[in-house]
Design a protein around this ligand. Structure first.
Ligand SMILES: Nc1nc2c(c(=O)[nH]1)N[C@@H](CN(C=O)c1ccc(C(=O)N[C@@H](CCC(=O)O)C(=O)O)cc1)CN2
Length: 304
């Protein structure tokens, strides 16, 4: 196979998260315009505690995307020494501010602040990350709630490859609250047979070999190799790992992209796969939150 053919094949198999996220953002921008015409200006509050450099980049990108689609934003930067009480009191103020439709607290929080307590303080209707237990529970019951952005972005990417995932065996590697567990719930809702694999699972490689769909979210650079996969598997790589290679720092996923490419039907690259979808789905959730809050206000106005 010459390098040109290889490049064409690679393009065919690559699930282009950048392009698909641009599509999502353009749909969001159009609907934001419709809401603005009704006098509603969707607004996202972003809270960043501490000075983690990666979090600063993610927050900056979230604010940029919001501006691009016409979503207003308010930023709250708090020092790493901020007490839980101060953070909770800020969330309470944002909960009560009718002009704010979505609240996002960037994770991870500095050590010493109880993440769950903070996430539970956000009003579920403004919880655009979908991390509140009421939204988590609703998701597992198949109710229409705000869903975590990375897993819902992965579903959008999967649906780009197959509109109907019914009956497919999906293996999710990693059981975090923000990716693995909600991902499993969404795949189940799409009628997949779901296996959730974690650090205590036995013979992880054999479990992965059964996957029609493999979602890797473990944070282990290039752990998944060609011999872990069934031929024709669809691979979604959530891992974002910075590694030193040949004297240069670069990002790689949990899947060894070059190694598995020949064997898969489709695969997300890192970077440019799941990452951009996370931010696009955040914009989509902020729009949905604003639409719902506007609808509830209109109903309560009618009811007097
Ligand atoms: N409150 C939240 N905190 C965190 C979330 C989240 O969804 N909500 N997810 C991650 C970080 N994250 C968004 O916050 C995020 C991570 C990565 C990307 C991204 O676009 N990655 C690029 C590569 C970026 C790079 O060069 O470093 C890619 O994969 O192409 C977007 C958002 C944890 N915290």
């Amino acid at each position: 196979m010459n390098s040109q053919t290889q490049a064409i094949l690679a393009t065919d198999k690559r699930i282009d998260g950048k392009a698909i996220s641009a599509q999502v953002l353009s749909e969001v921008a159009e609907q934001v315009g419709q809401l603005q015409a009704q006098g509603v200006h969707p607004c996202l509050a972003v809270v960043l505690v501490g000075d983690d450099p990666a979090s600063q980049v993610y927050v900056k990108n979230k604010l940029l995307r919001a501006a691009e689609v016409g979503i207003l934003s308010v930023e709250h930067y708090l020092p790493a020494q901020t007490s839980a009480e101060t953070l909770l009191s800020l969330i309470e103020t944002l909960n009560e501010d009718a002009k704010v439709h979505g609240i996002l607290v960037q994770l991870p929080l500095p050590q010493g602040i109880d993440e769950i307590q903070v996430l539970e303080a956000i009003k579920p209707i403004k919880d655009v990350d979908g991390f509140h237990s009421s939204n988590v529970g609703g998701l597992s019951q198949g109710r229409s709630v705000l869903q975590p952005c990375t897993p819902s972005g992965c579903m959008r990417l999967l649906n780009q490859v197959r509109a109907d995932l019914s009956g497919m065996h999906a293996v999710v590697v990693g059981r975090s609250n923000i990716v693995g567990k909600p991902m499993a719930a969404l795949l189940l809702q799409a009628n997949c047979t779901v296996t959730l694999v974690h650090s205590k699972s036995r013979d992880i490689k054999s479990l992965c070999q059964m996957a029609d769909i493999l979602v890797a979210a473990v944070g282990r650079p290039e752990m998944i190799k060609q011999d872990w996969l069934k031929p024709g598997a669809i691979v979604i790589d959530v891992g974002i790992n910075r590694v030193e290679k040949e004297g240069r720092s670069r990002l790689v996923g949990d899947v060894d992209y070059a190694d598995v490419l020949d064997k898969v039907e489709a695969i997300t690259p890192v970077p440019g796969g799941v990452g951009p979808m996370t931010i696009a789905m955040l914009m989509s959730n902020t729009l949905a939150a604003a639409q719902k809050q506007h609808k509830l206000l209109s109903i309560s106005a009618i009811d007097g």
